[in-house]
Every structure is written in structure tokens, then in C-alpha cells.
Design a protein around this ligand. Sequence first.
Ligand code: 13P
Length: 301
Amino acid sequence: MKNSIIEKIKVLKQKKNAIILAHNYQIGEVQDIADFAGDSLDLSKKAADTSADVILFCGVRFMAESAKILSPEKTVLLPDINAGCPLADMITVEKLKEKKKEHPDALVVCYVNTLVEIKAESDICCTSANVAKVVNSIPANKPIIFVPDKCLGSYASKMTKRDLILWDGYCSIHTSISAEEIRLLKDKHPQAKVLAHPECIKEVLDIADCVLSTNGMIDYVKQSSSSEFIIGTDTGIIHRLKKENPKKNFYPASSLAECKSMKLTNLEKVLFSLEEMKYEINIPEDIRLKAKEPIDKMLSL
Ligand code: 13P
């Protein structure tokens, strides 16, 4: 059954000149069928570079929107229309405009986990992989409003030694990971390196050996001489870590760290998406052009 779905996906992919991009949090079988699996930064770059006519994005809405912003001439598909990002929904344009009025001199740095309308109101975008670089690219005398993730913002503030005006948003998956749980795992596996995503709370980041984006974790594990790792992010990444490092062991920092939206996509929906060309992401051109500026600025760094 699965094999026949995979075969059909491969045939349709070729027929429609489609590329499948999957985020590192997708379920294993979706990552395996993808042409590229990666973190948000990597996938944005892939979306901008591809010569395919169709980008089928296995991730959440803001990721598919980023692909459409960068490649408007392509058809961008999101296999499950309900795949949203609760963190991205923690900010509205109205509230952001109010904040900008409170701080008229400030520039807005938006995390890539934002919807297109928020990017259109921002000055520069960032991902978990380049947040410090992006903040450091802004003149030291410029105030910065950082949206919407307060944990990533605090981390960026610490890394760059700059005060940031933080939004009160957070990823409930990452904030559910506790330092206490990690300490208990460390007691059981004292040699394990602790890797944490910067969306985690400060107490977790403080005890981590390294704070990394999802691709950063993939690279770190590959080059590390350690054989055990405690993984402080969505458990979906463990599929790829195990596949690429079969002799190493991985322990999820929390078995509850699983983003439901990221797990909505499956092989059946990927096939449906290619068959029906659904769900197509479309963005009004004026908003797209405004949202492209902060992404272009980030990619040019
Ligand atoms: P990465 O860019 O590190 O893959 O993170 C994306 C994300 O949505 C984290 O919740």
C-alpha cells in the first residue's frame, strides 16, 4: 500500500515537474519522500533556487508562504490546509502596528515563523539559524522590536548583548521542555551532549551544550565524537538524526515535544496534493512584495 503511494507520488512529481520540500519536524515517511529536508533557512534558500514548476511544501503555512514570496511564478502547495503555526498566530498586524507607534524609531525583526502580513510590516526577517547575525547587522543605536518569539528574542539579546523589545509569543512545544527533565536524562546518560533549539526557555538553554537550529543539530551530531545526545526540540528531527547516524543514540528532552501541525502531513495527503494541485498558496502581489523585502535582506547577509 505505502509502496504504491510512493510510486504514484514519484510519477506525478516528474509529470508535474514538482519538488518536495520537507521540514525536519515532518513524520519520517514524508521526510524520506522529499527531495530536500531541512530547517527554515535552508528550505527558504531551496525554494528560491529551484527550477521546478511546483513546490510541494511539507511543513506549516508560513513556510509555504515563504516559498511563494520567493518564487511567485511557481505553484506552491501545502498538503494540509490546517497546518498552521500557533506561534505565528500569536501576533496580529493591528497589534504590531500599535507596537510600532509606541516605538517609532525602532526596526522590526520578524522570526520567519510569522504570516506574510507580519513580514510585510517588518524590516528584516531571521530564522533560528541566523538570529544573532541578523540582529548584529542592525546599527547599534537602532532600537529593535523582535517578534513574535520571546524565547528566541531573549537568546538573541544575550548573544548580541543588545536590549530588544520583545513580543510575548512563544512555541508551546519548545517551552514544554524543562531543565528538570533534561537533568534527569543527564543522570541516566552522563556522556550525552544536550542540544537545544533557541525557542526553548532560558533555563534549558543555560544547561545546553549547544543551542542550534534543526539543521545546526544535524550538522553538530554528524561531526561530533560523542555517541549520545539529548535533543531539545520537536521529536520529529530524531528520524533524520538516526537515519544519518545509525550508531549514535538520541534521547528526546521531552516525549511531549511534538508539534501536531507539523505531523498533519502524511503520504496520502502528499499524493492528494499532487493529484488535485491543492492547497495552493496565493498571496496578493502588494503584500508579497512588501514581505519579500525583509526576507531578501536576511538572505543577502
Ligand atoms: P528551524 O528553522 O530551526 O528548523 O525551526 C523551525 C521551527 O519552526 C521551530 O519551531
